[in-house]
Design a protein around this ligand. Sequence first.
Ligand SMILES: *[C@@H]1O[C@H](CO)[C@@H](O)[C@H](O)[C@H]1NC(C)=O
Length: 201
Amino acid sequence: MPSRGCSCWLLSLALLCSLAAAKEQYHEFVIRETTVKRLCKSHNIMTVNGQFPGPTLEINEGDSLIINLINRGRYNMTLHWHGVRQMRTGWSDGPEYVTQCPVRPGQSYRYRFTVAAQEGTLWWHAHSSWLRATVYGALLIRPRDGTSYPFDVQPTRELAPILLDPSLLINLNSGAKLKHAHAAYAKLMLKACSMLNIPQS
Ligand SMILES: *[C@@H]1O[C@H](CO)[C@@H](O)[C@H](O)[C@H]1NC(C)=O
């Protein structure tokens, strides 16, 4: 009996350790032309995996990401992980002709990096030509399992990140429509603020 209790204890310890351990996530980001409908109009745009905005990445501090960029689009492409400190992984940073050559159509490139010592809501986006207008998404970095946010008041709830969809503003050349889009966006922000109890000035 005592040996059984001991192995149970060891098992739970191992489980606890594995829960807190850094993880590795692998994602395929397939760039392709996709038809999306916005404001009753269809647009052919570049997307990741056919999604616009692109996929949300959710990790814990200390985790590693491996993103396999597969370019099935018509344009050169690179991806930048905005705000991520690339510690000794500069070749995964993304700006074309700065840390890498662009990934040509039909080619692929593997970004591999560890997100360490930072938490919060960041984003990723294309870093080649104007393609960031549609190729982007959120990157959520939560504290490591078992640790809390580095401020006294802990969040009571989470909201999905709000990414301003540029197609709302592109193609809206009439002043009235633009004003309408701005008003709708302001309303959305106010709603988010009241849900989060952020004072509105
Ligand atoms: C695409 O990238 C390659 C290098 O990877 C470069 O030689 C070529 O000129 C680029 N094409 C365009 C249209 O920018």
